[in-house]
Design a protein around this ligand. Structure first.
Ligand code: HEC
Ligand code: HEC
Length: 465
């Protein structure tokens, strides 16, 4: 008995050694030839905490940085001054006190909680330029003029002693769509009202844009796609005559102080992940950074301006901002397994031109393939999806092709179907397709004309992405 146990143990450690040698050889080969290392970054494991996991092969020092970044991302910030924590400086005005309040488990936000608008829906405010020098400068650097009393975003929360700015109420109008084969689908068109506006009425003619928090799946891999590869698909004048143009959003970067290719947000109006994080810290949480050093109080918000200040000038120091950026660049990416059903449905997806915008394959600078299902370019999606707001080159009808990877995780994380499109109006994938207009009108019609059985195959495929 004892002997067999010993023998088994011996065999086991021999096995471990062989595996170790094999993996050493494998990693040597990868180092030498740049062989596919996508498995380090990407997983097919549809698990509700997959986006919280680090990429494989971080060394101890890298893992420490990952954990540090995660803490600033996930642990609640508190109002200043606080003697007990390095995480003070929240607000004075803010929408949520952690990043994960709006990006649960690093996935996408929910639209409604108990039938009320959730904090994951942010409200962007802007007004027309009066052509003053001040407005011209704002247009150049920010691309929009913030509402004078409320600023760029409606704050649903504030620290003690300060009034929050307002709340959102959403109602819906029903629209009926009938397919050529008689199938019916009801679409919900949102109707918003802003309530409890504590700083008086909005400036006359204020533009209001509603945006739901997108999933952060694959967020670090986007920066691994070269600009050249994205710009290859630009077709401003629709030279190939397919009705789909695709434009780059050239945006001002507060990091490089020049025009850069925008890749992040629903309108691709931010160039770098780090800049997007600094923007989120400022707009969504009231945390200052060296990139956006001002508190988000407007000059007429007296109590906000006089609120107690934290000890340090900058709430999210460069070291902490870098740590969050490092964290988001090193979380695992989910990508669907390429099964037989996947390949068959992908063919339909390509046939009906979905893949012209939702590009299914890019090669990263590191040489491995990814499937974000986006071209990261702007497309005119028609009047129905317009938010009336311009952000750099993106005009009111234009949106960045929404990446589709990882949307299926939402149900795992939140036990409900994801609400789709920039304002979360679509309750399912079919509704999302039916809202497509403008450059995607033809593709939508192709979908509506598919036999029912093929439509179902396609929807199932989208639900698995
Ligand atoms: C109040 C809700 C809210 C909070 C809190 C929040 N976000 Fe977001 N996040 C959003 C919304 C909404 C967008 C889309 C913005 C847009 O399109 O203009 C977004 C977009 C992003 C994006 C770009 C995603 C893409 O696909 O381009 C990143 C990255 C991001 N947030 C990171 C963060 C980080 C890091 C924090 C914490 C410092 C944070 N967010 C806090 C709501 C939030
Ligand atoms: C002309 C480019 C274009 C074509 C063609 C196109 N889409 Fe889209 N798609 C977009 C853009 C841009 C958005 C974001 C629109 C918005 O949020 O208002 C989007 C959003 C979506 C969304 C919602 C994703 C999310 O995160 O909420 C789904 C699902 C989708 N598209 C599926 C499809 C399918 C299926 C087809 C083919 C029938 C298709 N699209 C064709 C550009 C396109």
């Amino acid at each position: 008995m004892l002997q067999t146990q010993k023998k088994q143990k011996f065999n086991f450690s021999l096995m471990k050694k062989t595996i170790l040698i094999k993996s050493l050889i494998a990693s040597f080969a990868i180092g030498l030839f740049g062989v596919d290392n996508s498995n380090d970054f990407i997983s097919n494991d549809k698990n509700k905490s997959i986006l919280l996991k680090p990429v494989s092969n971080l060394n101890d020092k890298q893992y420490d940085k990952f954990i540090l970044g995660r803490s600033f991302f996930a642990i609640p910030w508190v109002e200043a001054p606080s003697a007990t924590t390095a995480r003070d400086g929240l607000g004075p005005l803010f929408n949520a006190n952690t990043c994960i309040s709006c990006h649960p488990s690093n996935g996408k936000g929910t639209l409604l909680i108990d039938n009320k608008s959730s904090r994951s829906l942010v409200v962007r405010l802007s007004i027309d330029s009066n052509n003053s020098i001040e407005h011209k400068m704002l247009l150049e650097k920010k691309s929009f003029i913030p509402e004078p009393n409320y600023g760029a975003q409606l704050a649903l929360n504030a620290i003690h002693g300060i009034d929050f700015e307002g709340k959102v109420k959403i109602d819906f109008d029903e629209l009926n769509v009938v397919f050529p084969d008689g199938e019916k689908q009801i679409l919900l068109k949102p109707k918003y009202s802003l309530e409890n506006l504590n700083y008086g009425p909005l400036f006359n003619g204020t533009n209001i844009s509603y945006r739901i928090a997108p999933s952060l799946n694959g967020i670090g891999l986007i920066e691994l796609i070269s600009n050249e590869d994205i710009l290859k698909n630009v077709d401003i004048n629709d030279k190939n005559n397919d009705g789909i143009s695709g434009r780059a959003n050239w945006v001002y970067s507060n990091i490089t102080k020049k025009q850069e290719l925008g890749k992040y947000t629903w309108k691709a109006s931010v160039a770098f992940l780090k800049e997007q994080i600094a923007g989120a810290a400022s707009n969504d949480m009231g945390l200052t950074t060296t990139i956006f050093p001002d508190e988000n109080c407007t000059s007429s918000q007296k109590a906000c301006n006089e609120a107690p200040k934290p000890k340090d000038d900058i709430d999210l120091t460069d070291e902490r901002l870098d740590a969050i950026t490092y964290y988001l660049k090193h979380i695992k990416t989910y990508s669907a397994k390429q099964t037989k059903e996947y390949t068959e449905a992908l063919e339909i997806f390509e046939q009906i031109s979905c893949a012209k915008c939702h590009i299914s394959s890019f090669e990263t600078k590191e040489g491995f393939k990814i499937s974000p299902f986006s071209d990261f370019l702007l497309h005119d999606m028609g009047e129905e999806l317009s938010d009336g707001r311009t952000e750099f080159s993106a005009n009111k009808n234009e949106w960045r092709t929404a990446p589709l990877w990882g949307l299926s995780l939402h149900e795992k994380i939140n036990k409900e179907k994801p609400r789709l499109l920039h304002d979360g109006r679509a309750r399912n994938f079919q509704e999302a397709i039916l809202w497509h207009g403008g450059e995607a009108q033809k593709s939508k019609e192709n979908y509506m004309n598919l036999p029912k059985e093929q439509r179902e195959k396609l929807i199932k495929f989208l639900e698995e992405l």
